[in-house]
Write a protein that binds this ligand. Sequence first.
Ligand code: ADP
Ligand code: MG
Length: 311
Amino acid sequence: ATPAATMVGTTLGAQNGVLFKGGDVLERAKDVDTVVFDKTGTLTTGEMELTDVVALDDTKEKTATDGGRLTARERLGEDDVLRLAASAERGSEHPLAQAIVDGATARGVDVTDPETFENVPGQGVVATVDGEEVLVGNRTLLRENGIDPDSALETMERLEREGKTAMLVAHAGAVVGVVANADTVKPSAADAVRQLRERGIDVTLLTGDNERTARAVAEAVGIDPENVRAEVLPEDKSDAVEAIQAEGKRAMMVGDGVNDAPALAVAYVGTALGSGTDVAIEAADVTLMRGDPVDVVKAVRISEATLAKIK
Ligand code: ADP
Ligand code: MG
């Protein structure tokens, strides 16, 4: 494109809340044939809310010892599960963690600071609360720490089919409960998917969240179940985009999180939401200032219009 056309396109973009980082990407956007959406914070608002706290019936019993002698045994109730989960998550900045802490506070459960805390990206957290190890996260987190999640899986799957992100809570080596957060699909997400498909563009969902939750969101926005890539670890998101491109596709990755940055960088066009993290915005070629997935269509149209004019 000529410098004049690039300026017209860039200006038109800026007026529409679509920031192109230069003339190259303004030219490339029209050739995108696959759009890969991140789920949380991109197709959904990312404003998680705690919806469920379940204490398992066959849960391990809370024990207290007095000089080595067992003096009290008491089942962990919902408030215990929530207090442990929220205290463990206090050290995390993940939106899932924030929702658990806020939900606990709102329910009048007192949350304490964990004595130790470790964040396991794409899996959850491992912490020490009241001298015991507490884990909050997915199935992989528990299994990799030698804890069998089986007794909680039925509860977890029920919550996931409702589109919620369910997390296992383990205490002192056993699973004791499940907590779930719900997120809201953005009002325009389905419209964005429909308009892209009308243009012959394939739409894929790429998420670290589990298969069932991902499918529930995909169904709500009109993405085919076979185009859902779930349980993808943060470091594997860029590989997933590269695999799509290795099939000869020109992919636009759309995301908001730190974990999306490598995928945004390798995509033919990386598009960050203005509501997203600075790391994502820096890695991307395009920023959608309104944080609205429907503006992906605008980016493609502005690219087409700009280049049509100069031919
Ligand atoms: P996404 O791609 O949806 O933004 P992440 O890659 O950050 O998700 O996390 C993937 C999964 O790992 C989450 O759905 C959750 O099950 C688990 N997880 C990650 N961080 C936490 C946390 N702080 N607490 C509990 N679970 C977590
Ligand atoms: Mg995200």
